[in-house]
Design a protein around this ligand. Structure first.
Ligand code: DX5
Ligand code: ZN
Length: 216
């Protein structure tokens, strides 16, 4: 299966965000990963729906919105209205995860559940048949540029095996610390969507970085 590359704009130059979004086609990105942080679930505050809405006309690439917030259900409708194509919520903060996933899908966009590195896969099991994607964090959420947490490779493999046993071909997105040097191990473990912030925006040639992340 061809892997999809989702550059995270968290590492872009925020004074030229529009330019970065406008370059996604030329660079060959598959989707745009947008990291939303609320200053509670994680310390930083980043991007709200108003920014997503402003960026939406600048590319046809799907917007992959990753909600690192304490109360995602207070905000999902606004992000969907602003142009999100997929919405990821964290299992750690939801008392009714199946209800959250159902709500997102009923709105007509892809629904995804994420877990932090230390959160067990049992947290996603109740919705494994219902989601379009599972996002496994491979760094502690909050910041770009951190090192990949190696034990997450086993977690990716375990999740892919669980999905295989259930006959599911659901996307597994892996987020954090991925570079051309270690991407192959992440893909071999079973990831189908690769998020990359520093590897893309830290490069002099983001298009080349994206090609390298695909393995060619
Ligand atoms: C971290 C974010 C990531 C981050 C990845 O909390 O969810 O999407 O931007 O950045 P890199 O690729 O630099 O680790
Ligand atoms: Zn992210």
């Amino acid at each position: 299966m061809e892997v999809k590359i989702a550059p995270s704009i968290l590492s872009a130059d925020f004074s030229c965000l529009g330019k970065a979004i406008g370059s996604m086609d030329e660079w060959g990105a598959d989707m745009v990963h947008i990291d939303v942080m609320d200053g509670h679930f994680v310390p930083p505050i980043t991007i709200g729906p108003i920014v997503v809405e402003a960026l939406r006309p600048l590319t046809d690439k799907p917007f992959d919105v990753h909600l690192m917030v304490d109360n995602p259900m207070d905000h999902v409708d606004d992000f969907i209205a602003a142009g999100a194509d997929s919405v990821t919520v964290h299992a750690e903060v939801l008392s009714d995860l199946p209800g959250a996933i159902r709500h997102i899908r009923e709105k007509g966009v892809r629904a995804s559940v994420s877990v932090n590195p230390e959160t067990p896969l049992s947290a996603v099991e109740p919705v494994i048949r219902d989601v379009d994607m599972v996002l496994l964090m491979s760094v502690h959420p909050g910041y770009g540029g951190q090192a990949f947490i190696e034990p997450v490779l086993d977690k990716i493999q375990k999740l892919r095996r669980m999905m295989d046993e259930l006959g599911l071909t659901t996307d597994i997105e892996v987020d954090g610390g991925i570079y051309p040097e270690n991407v192959q191990s992440v893909i071999d473990a079973g990831a189908t969507v690769i998020v990359a912030g520093s590897a893309v925006f830290g490069s002099d040639d983001p298009g080349k970085a994206i090609r390298l992340l695909r393995g060619h």
